[in-house]
Design a protein around this ligand. Structure first.
Ligand code: SAM
Length: 338
């Protein structure tokens, strides 16, 4: 197994560290230019990319009607502020410790605020290809040879455009207008993803490395910029429970009104959260199937029982777990107590 090691850092000014609340400085009009419209058509089971889909031989007419109706409702939503966008984000001094990333309260890097736990690809690869883990994109604290302390950073965010959505959908449903109820949900989802894209651009500018990127909207939607914003539950970091740590770090419920349910789903539904990595070589990947050796190490790193971890990572396990999941149990299937 090969590990990708990096020690590149993106310096960030001290005054920018910590949390920034996004309310009320973002309006829906700020977000609309960042909407990726292709997934909107997928909601209506029209496959294809925007804007080409508008001229599709068979589906063009239906796509044009949907798009016109969407613009009408979006105008109404934005002008009457029927949905509100709220979010919180922050930059933190960070260093890799094994496959974890520790976040610190300040530049002295002495007090750990939070630690995110990542998983590493275990698939056999040729020697020249690394087995990726998101922690590889953050520098270790010290370089053993030079004894230099690496000043690296991680960003974190949670955004939502779903405030007001339940009321809007209920109103359409009361009028027996299921079409606009679905349309409102689809638009709120688009606005949440647009908020994540908008905020990522701001973050790259504030961080510094994105100030001169000059990308078109299409290039932004294709994520052709430096850095990534992986989201817990997606293939590079499939463990949804890491959102619990993100929520503690950002205090997302207090700072942005976004709640986390017991099953680690976000409320309101049209919400997006994740971590910002700035490393020039950072990229999305899939961790794939996990061996018991890694899951044993992971449950110790997280301080969760093996059964709990196996429950959350079920589809990714490359083995049959020994015991049925009993998340409340104090005893752990690995033989240790919590
Ligand atoms: N333009 C799309 C939209 O509006 O629907 C963006 C959303 S799409 C789901 C892409 C996002 O999913 C990424 O920005 C990242 O947050 C997440 N993502 C995609 N692939 C991922 C991976 N392999 N691991 C972690 N997160 C991933």
């Amino acid at each position: 197994m090969r590990v990708l090691t990096t020690d590149a850092q993106s310096p960030i000014a001290d005054h920018q560290l910590g949390l920034t609340h996004h309310e009320p400085r973002v309006t829906l009009s700020d977000l609309i230019p960042f909407i990726d419209w292709s997934p909107f058509f997928h909601t209506w089971e029209l496959r294809g990319r925007y804007p080409a889909i508008l001229n599709h031989e068979r589906h063009g007419e239906e796509a044009r009607k949907l798009f016109a109706d969407a613009q009408k409702l979006l105008d109404e939503i934005a002008s009457h502020k029927l949905l509100q966008a709220r979010g919180v984000y922050g930059f933190f001094p960070a260093n890799r410790v094994g496959d974890d990333v520790e976040l610190y309260s300040d530049e002295s890097r002495s007090q750990v605020l939070a630690a995110f736990h990542f998983l590493r690809q275990q698939i056999e690869k040729p020697d020249d290809q690394p087995n990726y883990c998101l922690a590889d994109f953050i520098a270790p604290k010290t370089d053993r040879a030079s004894r230099i302390t690496h000043r690296d950073y991680l960003g974190a965010f949670a955004v939502s455009s779903g405030f007001g959505l339940d009321e809007l959908v209920d109103k359409f449903k009361a009028d027996h207008d299921d079409y606009n109820a679905i349309m409102a949900e689809a638009l709120a989802d688009r606005l949440a993803e647009a908020f994540a894209e908008y905020l990522h651009k701001r973050v790259r500018e504030e961080w510094g490395y994105g100030r001169n990127e000059n990308l078109s909207t299409d290039q932004l939607i294709d994520e052709q910029y430096r850095g990534i914003r992986p989201a817990a539950g997606y293939p590079a970091c499939p463990d949804h429970t890491e959102k619990g740590l993100l929520w503690q770090l950002l205090d997302s419920e207090k700072n942005a009104g976004i709640k986390l349910t017991e099953s680690f789903a976000m409320w309101p539904g049209s919400s997006v959260s994740g971590l910002y990595f700035a490393h020039p070589e950072s990229k999305y990947f899939a961790v794939g199937k996990l061996g018991r050796d890694q899951v044993l190490d992971y449950h110790l790193r997280k301080g969760m029982t093996l059964q709990e971890v196996e429950k959350w990572l079920g589809p990714y396990l490359n083995y049959e777990p020994a015991n049925a999941p009993t998340p409340s149990s104090e005893a752990c299937a690995c033989g240790r107590s919590r």
